[in-house]
Write a protein of this length. Structure first.
Length: 364
């Protein structure tokens, strides 16, 4: 394998296991990336993340540009040293904020002018600037700058947005220097329209990237619509490159996407749910705020080996949550991320045994 390379080891239908080699070590796929937007996964320490088996984290270019600033992070050794994480880090380009912060930005061919959500200061983020910031942060996997298409959207607007993202992808790749052995992924757009998705993928394939992300999904569309797009979209990309579904998702979303050939995922759901008193279990979630848990001596999940389930009862966790104690957020986030990491391990094992499709049927 080269410095940055991806190899597929086992295939079952469209589902596959693989190994992505980065400058910061190997990533076994399919993989879930905990979200550390501002260089921290909320309520977690990097040591805890390593303990539960997290392989790669996601940080956000826009938020780190706003605070503390990429030069501060660079001065303190880059993201890995800054947050004391030795593994790979993927940085979102800021493209999602083009959509989510629409009321605070102005968009044109050159890029996007944001007004800081913190102090109102104006920032211009272009494809070139996004790549420069990500390289200054010393990211392991850099994302091309794009405009994330919202849902619902008319085809005319989706086409215009996709063409802009394609031009920005070319500018992103031209600006990319590959410092510190970093990789760059392109991002497919096109809304829910097959022909636009194909056009976007063709452009990205022509430019050439180390991996390919599917953007503009998990933006409010029903799960079946997302799966419909994935049914054809993954086929537009070369098999020898990793495929990353951005911002996904719930366990059933991940299982369904792996069935359709996706390799990488990220989402705030497990951490946000933990901070809101919800814990993931095999058949869904439980809400520790509910009174029925107050006298329960059992752990969240008797079959779970995480620190939380090994040491604390539902009754105690319910007390912490209902009292708004910080420890409650920490323990439930610990459990939820362990659940997600364990799910990915199980998926990889089942694909290797040729039993993943049978397992996936339980979710739908």
């Amino acid at each position: 394998m080269n410095l940055n390379d991806f190899s597929v080891s086992h295939v079952e239908g469209k589902a596959r296991t693989g190994l992505l080699k980065t400058s910061r070590g190997y990533i076994e796929t399919p993989v879930f990336m905990p979200v550390g937007t501002a260089a921290t996964v909320k309520a977690m320490t990097p040591e805890t993340l390593e303990t539960i088996g997290s392989q790669v984290l996601l940080c956000n270019t826009y938020h780190l540009m706003i605070r503390p600033g990429e030069q501060v992070v660079n001065h303190l050794g880059g993201l890995n040293k800054f947050m004391n994480w030795s593994g790979p880090i993927l940085t979102d380009s800021g493209g999602f904020q083009v959509m989510s912060l629409a009321k605070l930005r102005q968009l044109n061919e050159d890029g996007v002018t944001f007004r800081s959500h913190i102090d109102g200061k104006k920032f211009l983020l272009t494809p070139e600037e996004s790549i420069r910031i990500q390289e200054t942060l010393k990211s392991t996997i850099i994302m091309a700058f794009d405009e994330c298409t919202s849902f619902p959207v008319e085809k005319k607007m989706a086409h215009k947005s996709m063409k802009l993202s394609s031009r920005w992808a070319e500018r992103s790749k031209l600006s990319f220097k590959g410092v510190n052995g970093s990789m760059i992924f392109g991002i497919q757009q096109g809304g829910m329209f097959k022909d636009l998705r194909e056009q976007s993928a063709c452009c990205l394939n022509r430019i050439g990237f180390d991996g390919y992300a599917l953007g503009g999904l998990a933006v409010g569309e029903p799960q079946e619509k997302m799966f419909e797009v994935l049914d054809y979209s993954t086929d537009f990309f070369p098999k020898e490159r990793p495929r990353y579904l951005m911002g996904v998702g719930k366990p059933s979303d991940i299982v369904g996407a792996v069935l359709r050939g996706v390799d990488m995922f990220d989402c705030v759901i497990p951490t946000r749910s933990g901070r809101n008193g919800q814990a993931f279990v095999q058949n869904g979630t439980i809400n520790l705020k509910n009174a029925q848990n107050q006298l329960d001596e059992n752990p969240i999940d008797e079959n779970c080996s995480c620190y939380c389930c090994s040491n604390y009862s539902r009754g105690y966790l319910s007390h912490l949550v209902r009292s708004n104690e910080i420890l409650g957020s920490m323990l439930l986030t610990w459990h939820n991320l362990h659940f997600y990491v364990d799910l990915m391990k199980k998926i990889r094992k089942l694909i290797k045994k040729g039993e993943f499709t049978t397992f996936a049927r339980k979710f739908f």
